[in-house]
Design a protein around this ligand. Structure first.
Ligand code: HEM
Length: 213
């Protein structure tokens, strides 16, 4: 993409963290699914077989958590819900049909992306806490059997919810044409920014010209 006509949306450190999360999430999700149904047992071969998958799954989960904490620190300020976001929910029908809604003054992320952001951060925290409760042999011996049972249930439920959310996230990343550039090259076209995130576009172009003067 011609850098003159493009704007930096996602810095390198955030992109690297995101793709490391994607890789680890895929391996963790597949090994998690392999324990749900006997017919899916073969999926744990992706992590080197049943024993190795059982050992690696929680450690990779902690890696995901650490990179998501980094993303949280870099992106939380852009994901705070504002009064303006009500309009986005009010026009949800049109947004989902892909119609352009002129009056939406979307900032860096739209209301849907913000909700997804908080859902991902909430679920990863639940997965970490419940994961520690059920993590044999290191932590589980410190907890009672009934608590471990609750931990197992909560962990499985949060894992399934996270997988469903991520399927939706991947669908939207490809459905909104041009979005994937934000996480691959990091740069998006000015036209894309103006169309999908007009308030963010105005803010960063105004800052740029201030710096140039
Ligand atoms: C193949 C899988 C995935 C693809 C193609 C993908 C794609 C993307 C894209 C294109 C963006 C940037 C959106 C924008 O700048 O407007 C993004 C943001 C993000 N993604 Fe993914 N993603 C994937 C998997 C994941 C997974 C597994 C997680 C976490 C468990 C995740 C968490 C996030 C977060 C936290 C953001 C920032 C959103 C915000 O700040 O509101 N993604 N993703």
């Amino acid at each position: 993409m011609n850098k003159r006509n493009s704007l930096l949306r996602t810095p390198y450190s955030v992109r690297i963290s995101h793709w490391l999360v994607v890789l680890c999430f895929f391996l963790v999700a597949m090994s998690g699914l392999s324990w749900f149904f006997p017919s899916l047992n073969w999926l744990n071969n992706l992590l080197g077989g049943p024993q190795l998958a059982r050992i690696l799954h929680p450690f990779l989960g902690v890696v995901i958590f650490a990179f998501l904490v980094f993303m949280f620190l870099r992106l939380a300020k852009y994901n705070i819900l504002e009064a303006e976001d009500r309009k986005w929910f009010g026009n949800l029908g049109k947004v989902l049909k892909g119609e352009h809604v002129e009056e939406l003054e979307t900032g860096k992320y739209n209301a849907g992306q913000k909700l997804l952001f908080w859902a991902i951060m909430g679920l990863i925290s639940v997965l970490l806490i419940s994961g520690i409760v059920i993590w044999r042999p290191y932590f589980a011996p410190f907890f009672s059997i009934p608590l471990i049972r609750i931990g197992l249930f909560v962990h499985a439920l949060a894992g399934v919810l996270m997988m469903l959310l991520i399927i939706g996230h991947i669908y939207l990343a490809f459905w909104v044409k041009g979005s994937i550039d934000s996480m691959s090259t990091g740069y998006v076209s000015r036209k894309w920014a103006r169309t999908h995130h007009p308030r963010w576009y105005r803010q960063i172009t105004a800052n740029r010209s201030e710096k140039e003067h």
